[in-house]
Ligand binder design. Structure first.
Ligand code: 3H9
Length: 683
C-alpha cells in the first residue's frame, strides 16, 4: 500500500507514503481511488485530511512513467473523484506540492500548508504542461493572471505567497496534521464553498496575453511547453470546465510524447544521478566547516561568494595587502550586483562579507578544512601556492586547484599527502554557474573525491567527474566548437551568421559573441601552451586577431567591432578583409542548418571520444557539462542525448558528409565504434 488511513474522531487522515517524494505512481493513484470510495462509504467520517509521510507532500506525477503510455487510473480521474467526494478533503502540505501534487491539492476542498512549503506547477520545466486540471482549476482559484504566470513560468511559490494569492486557505501553526484537523473541524460548521470545477472563471485583462507571450518568446529560447501552456490557458478562458480539461489533456499527452519532453526528462534524471556516483557509494566525505580561497581575482572572488552563499566562513589569501583589498572589493561588487537586482538585502550583504577574513599570511588557513587555489594560470605560480599550503594547512585538509587548462598532476607533483589533492573546476561567474568539474588526480583519496561531490551539493552545483586531459570535458569540447566555428568562416559564413544560427539553435550566445565577451587572450594562451607541447590547434583567424590585439570587447574589437561604451556587436570590415585574405574567394553560401550541424556533429564526435578515453564516465555527464557550463539548450538534452535520439549511424553518416565537403574533420574512431555497435533500424 502506498497510503494508510487513520482516524482522529470523525476526521479520517489519509497519509501517503510513497518514497522518495510521494510521486503519483500508478499504484498510488489506485490507492487514492480506493481510499476515496471507502471513506465516502464510511458514515463515521465527516472530513478527510490528506497528508504525506517523509520529506515532502506529493512532488508530482511519477516522471519515470512518462516514457511509457499512460496507464489507468489516470490522474485527472483520481482528482475528479476526490473533488466530488461526499466529504470535504483538506490537503495538508509540507515540503513541496508540485505538478500533479498541487493538482491533487486543488482537487481537495481546502489547502493548509506549513510556512516555507513550496507550491507550484513546474511541468513546463519538464517539457509538458499541467495534465491533471492545473490549467483549469488554478485560474478558477487564484485568477487567470497569477495562474498563467505560475504555469508558464514553472516557478514554485512559498506558502506565505501562496496564502496571499489565495492558493492555500491557512498557514499551519505548530503540527501540520493537527492544524489541518482543526481546520477541518472548523469548516464543517460552515456551508462549504463550491468545488473549483464549478467556479466561474474571470478572464484576464485584454493586454495581459500579448505581454506574457512577448516575455515568454524571449525567455523560452525555443522551448515549446511554456508557449503551449499559454495557448491552452488562453483558449481555456472561455471554455466550460469539462472542455478546458479536455483540451488540456490533449496538449499534455502531445507534449509528453515530444522530443523536448524526453530531453528535459533526461536532464532531470541526469542531474539527480550526478551527485551520487556509484563508485562513491558508502564513502563518507570529509567534514567542511571552514574554507579557504587563494586568489581574489574574478574567479577566486566568485568561488568565495559561492562558499559564503552556502554558509561557509571563508579565509581569502592574496599575495599583498593591495591584492587582498582588491579581492574583497571584487567580492563586495558581486554582492552589490545582487542587491541592485533585488536578490539580496544590505543586511545579507554585510553578513556575507563579515564571514570573510582576508589575509596575506597562509598561516590564516591553519583551521581550513578545504582550500581552493584560484590564482593566475601559471604552473610555477600554482606550484608555489601549493608549497605554501602544504606548509600551513592541516594534514587532513583538502587542497584543490581550480585550474582550467594546466595539468593538475604537474601542479601537485611532490606535494606531501597527495591523497588530499583534487581539481575543482568552477565556471565563471563561479557563484552563478551550476557546473563543477571534479578532477581527481592519480593519488586522490576516495573520501577526498567524495568531499568534492558533497561540496558541489552544498553549493547547489551539478558535479561532474572529469579525467585529466587538456580542457577536461567542457573546455576540450569548446576547443572543437571554436575550431569548427572558424572553419565555417573560412568556408563562407560570417561571424554574425554563425552566431545567429547558434542562437536559433537555442544557445544564449553564438561562439564569436561569447569569445568577444570573455576575451580572446585566454584561448590564445592555451594554444600557445598546446603548440609548446607539439600540438597544432586550429585557429588561423583567432591567431591573427590576437596578433592585431583584437581581443574582444575589452579592446574595442575582436570578431566584431564595438563602439565605445556599446556592447552591441557590429560587423567588422577588418575581419572581413582578414577572412578574404586567409580563405581566398569565392567561398560557399551555407544555410543555418548546415552551420548548426557543422558545429554540433564534431561536438558529438569529441564527446564520444572523451567518453571512450574515460575522461567522462557517462554520456549524461557530457550533456550536463554542456547544459550547465555552456548554455546548451536544456530542452535539447545535450549533444549526446541528441545523438542517441537521432541514431549513431545517422550522426556518423552526416558528419562524414560534412567532412567530404571540407566543413568538418573526419569522424573519429569512437564515433565509428558507436555507430558500428548500434543495432540497425528498419528504416
Ligand atoms: C507532473 O506532475 C505532470 C502532471 O501535471 C500531470 C500528470 C498527468 N517522479 O530531486 P531529488 C526522484 S510532472 C519520479 O534529489 P530533493 C528523483 O529522481 C512532475 N521521481 O530530491 C530522485 O531519485 P533517486 C512535476 C522523482 O529533496 C529522488 O526522487 N513535478 C520525481 O532535492 C529525490 O529527488 C516536478 O517537476 C518525480 N516527479 O528535491 C517535481 N521527483 O533518489 C520534480 C523526484 O533515485 N521534483 N524524483 O535519484 C523535484 O523538484 C524535487 O525532486 C523535489 C525534491 C523538490 C520534490
Amino acid at each position: 500500500m502506498t497510503l494508510s488511513v487513520t482516524r482522529a474522531g470523525d476526521i479520517a487522515i489519509v497519509t501517503i507514503d510513497n518514497p522518495p517524494v510521494n510521486a503519483l505512481s500508478r499504484a498510488l493513484r489506485q490507492d487514492l481511488l480506493s481510499a476515496a470510495a471507502s471513506l465516502d462509504a464510511d458514515t463515521a467520517v465527516r472530513a478527510v485530511v490528506l497528508c504525506c509521510a517523509g520529506r515532502t507532500f506529493v512532488a508530482g506525477a511519477d516522471v519515470s512513467e512518462f516514457g511509457r503510455p499512460p496507464e489507468p487510473p489516470h490522474l485527472p480521474d483520481v482528482i475528479a473523484r476526490i473533488e466530488t467526494a461526499a466529504k470535504p478533503w483538506i490537503a495538508a502540505i509540507h515540503g513541496t506540492a508540485l505538478g500533479g501534487g498541487l493538482e491533487l491539492a486543488l482537487g481537495c476542498r481546502f489547502r493548509v500548508a506549513v510556512p516555507g512549503a513550496q507550491l507550484g506547477l513546474p511541468e513546463v520545466t519538464l517539457g509538458v504542461l499541467p495534465g491533471a486540471g492545473g490549467t483549469a482549476r488554478l485560474p478558477r482559484l487564484i485568477g487567470m493572471e497569477d495562474a498563467a504566470r505560475m504555469i508558464t513560468g514553472g516557478k514554485p511559490v512559498p506558502a506565505e505567497k501562496a496564502r496571499a494569492l489565495g492558493l492555500i486557505d491557512s498557514l499551519a501553526e505548530g503540527d501540520l496534521v493537527t492544524a489541518a484537523c482543526c481546520y477541518a473541524t472548523k469548516v464543517l460548521t460552515q456551508p462549504l464553498p463550491p468545488v473549483l470545477s464549478e467556479r466561474v472563471l474571470q478572464p484576464a485583462d485584454a493586454a495581459f496575453w500579448p505581454a506574457l507571450e512577448a516575455d515568454l518568446r524571449k525567455s523560452a529560447r525555443g522551448a515549446e511547453a511554456p508557449l503551449r501552456a499559454l495557448a491552452v490557458l488562453r483558449a481555456g478562458e472561455t471554455l466550460p470546465f469539462a472542455a478546458a480539461m479536455a483540451q488540456e489533456r490533449t496538449a499534455f499527452l502531445e507534449l509528453r510524447a515530444s522530443d523536448q519532453a524526453a530531453a528535459l526528462r533526461h536532464v532531470f534524471f541526469a542531474e539527480r544521478a550526478a551527485p551520487r556516483p556509484a563508485e562513491l557509494k558508502g564513502i563518507a566525505p570529509r567534514p567542511i566547516a571552514v574554507a579557504g580561497v587563494v586568489g581574489g581575482g574574478t574567479m577566486g572572488a566568485g568561488i568565495a561568494a559561492a562558499l559564503r552563499d552556502a554558509g561557509l566562513p571563508v579565509v581569502l589569501i592574496e599575495r599583498d595587502d593591495a591584492a587582498a583589498a582588491r579581492g574583497l572589493a571584487n567580492l563586495r561588487a558581486i554582492y552589490q550586483g545582487a542587491v541592485k537586482r533585488g536578490r539580496m538585502t544590505e543586511a545579507a550583504l554585510a553578513e556575507r562579507l563579515a564571514g570573510v577574513t582576508a589575509s596575506t599570511d597562509y598561516a590564516a588557513l591553519a583551521d581550513a578544512d578545504l582550500v581552493i587555489e584560484a590564482v593566475f594560470e601559471d604552473l610555477e605560480v600554482k606550484r608555489a601556492v601549493f608549497a605554501e599550503l602544504a606548509r600551513h594547512c592541516r594534514g587532513d585538509a583538502v587542497l584543490a586547484t581550480n585550474t582550467s587548462y594546466l595539468d593538475p598532476e604537474a601542479i601537485a607533483a611532490g606535494l606531501p599527502g597527495p591523497g588530499r589533492f583534487l581539481g575543482l573546476h568552477f565556471f565563471s561567474p563561479a557563484h552563478v554557474m551550476k557546473l563543477l568539474e571534479i578532477v581527481p588526480g592519480r593519488d586522490t583519496a576516495p573520501d577526498v573525491l567524495a568531499t568534492g561531490f558533497a561540496l558541489a551539493q552544498r553549493l547547489g552545483k551539478i558535479p561532474v567527474r572529469a579525467g585529466i586531459c587538456d580542457g577536461f570535458i567542457g573546455n576540450r569540447m569548446l576547443k572543437t566548437t571554436r575550431a569548427q566555428a572558424e572553419r565555417l568562416l573560412l568556408a563562407g559564413a560570417s561571424p554574425a551568421q554563425v552566431d545567429a544560427a547558434m542562437r536559433g539553435f537555442g544557445l544564449p550566445m553564438g561562439p564569436f559573441e561569447a569569445q568577444d565577451l570573455g576575451g580572446l587572450d585566454i584561448a590564445a594562451f592555451q594554444r600557445q601552451a598546446a603548440r609548446a607541447r607539439g600540438e597544432t590547434p586550429f585557429a588561423p583567424v583567432a591567431d591573427r586577431l590576437c596578433a592585431l590585439n583584437r581581443l574582444g570587447q575589452k579592446t574595442g574589437g575582436g570578431w566584431y567591432d564595438y563602439a565605445a561604451g556599446d556592447r552591441r556587436p557590429r560587423s567588422s570590415p577588418q575581419v572581413e578583409a582578414l577572412l578574404r585574405d586567409i580563405a581566398g574567394a569565392p567561398r560557399q553560401a551555407l544555410t543555418d542548418a548546415e552551420i548548426v550541424e557543422a558545429i554540433l556533429l564534431p561536438m558529438i564526435d569529441e564527446g564520444v571520444t572523451i567518453l571512450q578515453e574515460g575522461i567522462a564516465l557517462r554520456p549524461a555527464d557530457v550533456d550536463l557539462v554542456q547544459v550547465h557550463g555552456y548554455g546548451f539548450p536544456r530542452w535539447r538534452g545535450g549533444p549526446l542525448h541528441m545523438a542517441e535520439r537521432q541514431g549513431w549511424r545517422a550522426v556518423l553518416a552526416r558528419l562524414a558528409a560534412l567532412a567530404d565537403r571540407g566543413l568538418a574533420p573526419p569522424p573519429g574512431a569512437a564515433l565509428r565504434a558507436m555507430a558500428a555497435d548500434e543495432a540497425p533500424t528498419d528504416s
